[in-house]
Design a protein around this ligand. Structure first.
Ligand code: ZN
Length: 75
């Protein structure tokens, strides 16, 4: 019996990522609650949960301004 390691590429079913701001939102949302965009992608990977934008260097690196759940890569 062998256990496979989870790699970086992972899809959360029922969620999509905003191509504009990378926020991850439920599949049934019509527009992004963060930026208002309607351009979404189901092809995303990497996940970052930002609670405090001021203290998160990843948030600064990604240019995030609001707390939320974001994808690292959106294609
Ligand atoms: Zn957005």
């Amino acid at each position: 019996m062998s256990r496979r390691r989870l790699t970086g590429k992972r899809h959360l079913s029922g969620y999509k990522a905003c191509r504009n701001c990378k926020m991850i939102i439920p599949d049934d949302a019509e527009s992004c609650p963060n930026c208002g965009s309607t351009d979404f992608s189901n092809e995303w990977n990497g996940l970052i949960i930002v609670e405090d934008v001021e203290k998160s260097c990843m948030a600064k690196f990604l240019g995030l301004t609001k707390p939320g759940i974001y994808a690292i890569n959106v294609s």
